[in-house]
Design a binder for this molecule. Structure first.
Ligand SMILES: Cc1ncc(COP(=O)(O)O)c(C=O)c1O
Length: 430
């Protein structure tokens, strides 16, 4: 096929660099032309296996036919009214179905926004309105978005917070339990105690927000018993417990929500990313008594819960049921962990292979020395993988984690092909 000479990756990247600010990161100098399930093709016709899934957005794959059909059908009916002006049924049905899937033996309500950061902001707004308290506790290494409150809650300075302060007041950071980096669950609970001792009395804390598995922070899972202790602490002091499931939600960890694995329920859950398979929508689902605290007009947004995104999210729920994607999440996770452990046997740089369902990562250290996180190798590995046709992402407080977020609709053959590319990259870089 004859291709337009101006539509090369290099030419488009040159235009991108001239027109777009450098603060907008770019993992690869690749410009995507089309995508299907777990594969993408660039403007030069090169094919890639997609182990990134648009950063945890494509659990149902690129352009799932049922989701595309649902959005097209909605487009033919109504595509915008602003829900607060004129309501539409898909929004209401989506709220009902998400409520039914959220843990907690209490009445719940839900509403929608457009981005993960907005969902987090609104959960905090609601917790403050309901408790009439101001302070919020988040965790070191956590990521909660790029808005000012999102940045304030985020527990990583570079690149997310550097130069952007001051941040909203009354935010405190506890230590996230992370055995690999020497923080036990007991250390983490102690750090909360210290916040109550040194920084703010628990009676002024509105909420504690936690990712069940830290996403950008490095795919570290908070142990279930720690989350139960957190629940008890929140109950003791009347603090709202918020599970930020923007990255973990919609089946990535083998259950619809990761907090289902805690054995106790958070008061509020935030979702976004894969809940609508790539259409921009986010959700706050929570205890009805809290959710009704803000006065009329206090919540909402012009595009929030757009009809197209609601239709997509409803189709995602159907696809999960029809294709048993929660089972698939567990099976893919096991396949990836087995495959990556086999690679780790040959390469001492891989010091940890971990997975919560299909939220899988490897962590790299220089010469296998756990005091020397290897960000350089991690970056080179991802670039080498892209050259060989596999899209991989890094993450982690030390930038030494390679994460896999392959669509749950990917075939075993494609996953094995991706694992093969990873093995070849390690061999090439060793
Ligand atoms: C746990 C978590 N919370 C919030 C966000 C922010 O979501 P968004 O980029 O849609 O604002 C992210 C994004 O990566 C996330 O992983």
């Amino acid at each position: 096929m004859q291709r337009d000479a101006h539509l090369t990756n290099a030419a488009l990247m040159a235009r991108r660099r001239a027109a777009l600010p450098s603060g907008l990161g770019q993992s690869f100098d690749i410009v995507c032309e089309r995508a299907e399930n777990a594969e993408v093709w660039d403007v030069e016709g090169k094919r890639y296996i997609d182990f990134a899934g648009g950063i945890a957005v494509l659990n149902t794959g690129h352009r799932h036919p049922k989701i595309v059909a649902a959005v097209k059908a909605q487009l033919d009916k109504v595509h915008h009214t602003c829900f607060q002006v004129l309501a539409y049924e898909p929004y209401i049905e989506l709220a009902e179905r998400l409520i039914a899937k959220t843990p907690g033996d209490f009445a719940k309500k839900a509403f929608f926004l457009s981005t993960g950061a907005e969902a987090v902001e609104n959960a905090v707004k609601i917790a403050r309105a309901a408790t009439k308290r101001q302070a919020v506790i988040a965790f070191g290494g956590g990521f909660h978005g790029r808005t000012l409150l999102g940045m304030g809650l985020t527990g990583k300075v570079a690149p997310y917070k550097a130069g952007f302060g001051p941040f909203p007041a009354e935010i405190y950071h506890a230590r996230f339990p992370n055995e690999l980096h020497g923080v036990s669950a007991a250390d983490s609970l102690k750090s909360l105690e210290n916040i109550f001792k040194y920084d703010v009395e628990p009676e002024r804390v509105a909420a504690i927000i936690i990712e069940p598995v830290q996403g950008e922070g490095g795919f570290y899972a908070a142990p279930a018993e720690f989350c139960r202790a957190l629940r008890a602490l929140c109950d003791q002091h009347g603090i709202v417990l918020i599970a930020d499931e923007v990255q973990t939600g919609a089946g990535r960890t083998g259950t619809w929500l990761a907090c289902e694995q805690w054995g106790v329920a958070p008061d509020m859950v935030t979702m976004a990313k894969s809940m609508a398979g790539g259409f921009p929508i986010s959700a706050v689902i929570g205890r009805a008594t809290l959710m009704d605290a803000p006065g009329p007009g206090g919540l909402g947004g012009t595009y929030a819960g757009s009809p197209l995104a609601c239709a997509a999210a409803l189709a995602v729920l159907d696809v999960f049921e029809e294709e048993k994607l929660l089972d698939r999440s567990k099976a893919i996770g096991e396949r990836l962990v087995t495959g990556l452990k086999a690679i780790a046997k040959k390469h001492v740089s891989i010091q940890d292979v971990r997975g919560a369902g299909a939220m899988v990562a490897i962590e790299l250290f220089k010469d296998g020395d756990r005091s020397k996180p290897d960000a350089d190798l991690t970056k080179r590995l991802c670039l080498e993988a892209a050259k060989r046709g596999l899209i991989l992402l890094t993450c982690g407080s030390y930038a030494n984690v390679v994460r896999v977020l392959v669509p749950l609709t990917a075939s075993d053959a494609l996953i094995d092909e991706g694992l093969g590319v990873m093995a070849a990259c390690f061999d090439a870089l060793a």
